[in-house]
Write a protein that binds this ligand. Structure first.
Ligand SMILES: Nc1ncnc2c1ncn2[C@@H]1O[C@H](COP(=O)(O)OP(=O)(O)OP(=O)(O)O)[C@@H](O)[C@H]1O
Ligand SMILES: C[C@H](N)[C@H](N)CCCCCC(=O)O
Ligand SMILES: [Mg+2]
Length: 212
């Protein structure tokens, strides 16, 4: 069976979806956003489809699509529904699968359960997306601690942003974590620039693919 990866982050807006699109494109993978909160603008699934050039069959339907761009637990309450954490089971698919959480690690899906609890149950290789900007050392090390205390399998950290060499190094050293690569901020964000950036900054061997 092909490999499934979970993409989480140190915060909302760090670049999980853009990195997910790059990985989906590189692995010719499926993408799944179990819970989408905020439907006014382009959804994460739509962004991945567009940036990865993925045909519709590769984009798996969200389990919950919630109107308001807030924490999933509140977005569900506003829509008069409740997210059932036990219903969040990674689909069995032939291709590799990239699953994106929402916001950062400890984002609540209900008033009792956070995404970290789900990732701990899934026991899948989990990628932590982090900014390179000031503040990321604390956010990233805290997120790694939260992952380790729950025994969430950590594949590594992906930095998103301009290079900040010492922040990246101290996170790797103190966090005792592999840096999978850094996705630069792209002035023009499209399928081709994303493909080139991923190819230049990441090694497919780190994602279980033998590079030929
Ligand atoms: N490498 C990049 N180059 C250029 N723009 C980027 C890059 N990564 C992210 N962005 C931009 O930053 C914003 C946030 O990115 P993204 O939607 O991927 O964050 P996220 O972590 O998935 O957020 P959410 O928690 O809402 O899912 C978007 O406008 C996106 O276009
Ligand atoms: C709406 C946003 N785009 C994400 N889908 C949800 C982010 C939840 C963040 C909750 C919080 O950490 O305060
Ligand atoms: Mg996203």
């Amino acid at each position: 069976m092909s490999q499934t990866f979970v993409v989480t982050g140190t915060d909302t807006g760090v670049g999980k979806t853009v990195f997910s699109a790059a990985l989906v494109q590189a692995l010719d993978a499926h993408y799944w956003k179990p819970v989408q909160s905020g439907l006014e603008e382009e959804t994460d699934s739509e962004l991945v489809a567009r940036l990865a050039g993925a045909e519709p069959v590769r984009i798996l339907p969200e389990a919950w699509k919630l109107k308001t761009p807030v924490s999933p637990h509140l977005a569900a309450q506003i829509d008069g529904v409740e997210i059932d954490p036990l219903a969040l089971v990674p689909p069995q698919v032939e291709r590799p699968l990239v699953i994106e959480g929402a916001g950062g690690l400890l984002v609540p899906l209900t008033r009792r359960v956070t995404y970290a609890d789900i990732f701990a149950r899934w026991q899948l290789p989990t990628i932590l997306c982090a900014r390179t900007a000031l503040g990321t050392i604390n956010h990233t090390l805290l997120s790694l601690e939260a992952m380790r205390v729950r025994k969430i399998p950590i594949l590594g950290v992906v930095f998103i942003g301009d290079e900040v060499r010492d922040s990246q190094a101290i996170i790797s050293e103190l966090g005792k974590v592999r840096v999978l690569g850094r996705l630069p901020k792209l002035n023009r964000l499209d399928t081709e620039t994303l493909r080139q950036a991923f190819s230049a900054h990441f090694d497919l061997n780190d994602f279980g693919v033998e590079e030929v």
